[in-house]
Design a protein around this ligand. Structure first.
Ligand SMILES: C[S@@+](CC[C@H](N)C(=O)[O-])C[C@H]1O[C@@H](n2cnc3c(N)ncnc32)[C@H](O)[C@@H]1O
Length: 259
């Protein structure tokens, strides 16, 4: 869906959960010198202004990163600091800039974004030549390129879930990708909404044995999205501890579901 704009939600509680987890996973995957591949199916524009009209309108950033202060020694804290140093104190990194801040010259970054303005923003936000950026349907594009080389790597799946078919589409993509690129870890973000549609996504991923990490937001919003979920397929060694570290960076905003 191309009406969605992530600028209204950037830095919100769900981004905190997703971006801290992404940063922990990328730091772990790059612990050894060998290069990795990192791909995104829905990249967004990469760089957000938390003093901009969109962020101020929803107040989500104030409820999210505005209440959390990821430690300077954490991968997410390092990415945040690098982006603020380059773009100012109100800048917030989308997932592509989190990855760019943590990956090394030997790593490969492939980003898909279909919306023309978001794609143009993404091209402007990243140094020329630092990532392969496609204006292309993310599922079609990543499947066409898979398996990426280096074959060790991570794919982030981050749809806007504006229509209910997107849960099945995300799961269908991951099942196909797992056959084409079995070495890849895949991190799928999903919202927790009163309608409970995430059950379809999690259920369809069941045969791949995903690691599930769900948080509810504190305080609970009066309506709408009340939490955030991550399904990690082909989880790297030690991933459960990494996801717990990510949650802990939420400054009390993220409460482990069921805990
Ligand atoms: C939730 S946002 C991405 C946020 C980003 N991953 C982050 O964490 O900073 C979803 C993005 O997917 C884009 N999008 C929607 N349909 C798409 C498609 N079929 N292929 C690629 N991108 C798409 C939207 O324009 C939007 O920018």
């Amino acid at each position: 869906m191309l009406s969605y704009q992530h600028a209204y939600h950037a830095g919100g509680p769900a981004d905190l959960h997703k971006h801290a987890a992404l940063a922990e996973l990328l730091a772990a995957l790059t612990a050894k010198p060998r290069g990795i591949s990192y791909a995104e199916t829905q990249a967004g524009r990469g760089l957000y202004d938390l003093a901009g009209a969109e962020a101020l309108k929803t107040g989500e950033a104030a409820a999210g990163i505005g209440r959390a202060a990821p430690g300077a020694d954490t991968p997410f804290g390092r990415a945040l600091a690098a982006v603020r140093a380059a773009h100012g104190a109100d800048a917030y990194p989308g997932s592509p800039l989190v990855a760019r801040a943590l990956l090394r010259p030997q790593d490969r970054i492939v980003l898909m974004e279909l919306h023309p303005a978001e794609h143009a923003g993404l091209v402007a936000a990243l140094p020329a030549g630092s990532a392969e950026i496609h204006r292309r349907d993310g599922y079609e594009g990543v499947l066409a390129l898979a398996p990426l080389r280096p074959r060790r790597g991570l794919v982030l799946v981050d749809p806007s879930y504006e229509v209910k078919d997107e849960y099945a589409a995300a799961a269908g993509f991951v099942l196909r990708l797992a056959r084409k690129w079995p070495e890849a870890s895949v991190l799928v973000w999903y919202p927790l909404l009163p309608a409970g549609r995430e059950a379809e996504l999690v259920g369809r991923l069941g045969p791949l044995g995903p690691l599930i990490d769900e948080v509810v937001f504190d305080p609970a919003p009066a309506r709408g999205m009340y939490g955030s979920g991550l399904a990690l397929v082909n989880a790297p060694h030690g991933a459960a501890a990494l996801l717990a570290r990510a949650r802990a960076q939420g400054g009390g905003v993220l409460r482990h579901r069921g805990a």
